[in-house]
Write a protein that binds this ligand. Structure first.
Ligand code: GH3
Ligand code: MG
Ligand code: MG
Length: 170
């Protein structure tokens, strides 16, 4: 019972992945670990492109299915040890632990391509969707997750401005 309640408190009810609170709890633990052992990690912010249009064209319920599918694909592509969560409406974040920038770039690109190849089928339409990704990496002087995340968010903003469905470094 207690275990069930704990799981509920940590889980995003729509997608089943870590919720915002749990994601940042795990992220902070990882930051503290990295400060001790110096092994770098990378931070990804993922945001669905033109999601409002998907909702407007196909309905909120189909939008929810897209969110669920996206989360499932990310879990499949990432390693079990990576940290993944839903941060807000159609925004997700991942921490690739003990990962250098070059590898993270490859992982992010693989994730982007995987999502772009996915679609969901409704009664009368096939809905394809894409994501933009902002990528940042831990630097020795990063004291908080917030500063790492800010760089990823900035990179995401650039990815959106450069046309979406792409990965940018921050
Ligand atoms: P951009 O490519 O710039 O990211 O455009 P966008 O349309 O994805 O961005 P915007 O922030 O304008 O829209 C996000 C939309 O996500 C608006 C909101 O209704 C929708 N949304 C947020 N949470 C949920 C949810 O839980 N389910 C569904 N179906 N939609 C959601
Ligand atoms: Mg958004
Ligand atoms: Mg969006």
């Amino acid at each position: 019972m207690e275990e069930d309640l704990r799981t509920l408190a940590f889980t995003d009810s729509l997608t089943g992945v870590n919720n915002r609170r749990r994601f940042f709890e795990l992220a902070n633990k990882e930051l503290e670990r990295t400060k001790r052992n110096g092994r770098p990690f990378c931070f990804l912010t993922l945001d669905i492109d033109h999601f409002k249009t998907i909702n407007d064209s196909h309905g909120h319920d189909q939008g929810d299915i897209v969110l669920t599918k996206l989360a499932a694909c990310c879990l499949q592509e990432l390693r079990c040890s990576d940290i993944f969560g839903r941060i807000g409406g159609e925004e997700f974040s991942a921490i690739l632990i003990e990962t250098d920038t070059e590898t993270a770039q490859i992982v992010a690109e693989r994730l982007r391509k995987r999502i772009a190849a996915e679609s969901i089928q409704t009664d009368d339409a096939r809905i394809a969707f894409t994501i933009s990704i902002g990528l940042s990496h831990w630097q020795g002087n990063d004291d908080t997750i917030d500063s790492i995340m800010q760089r990823a968010d900035k990179a995401l903003y650039t990815a959106k401005n450069l046309g979406r469905n792409r990965v940018e470094n921050g």
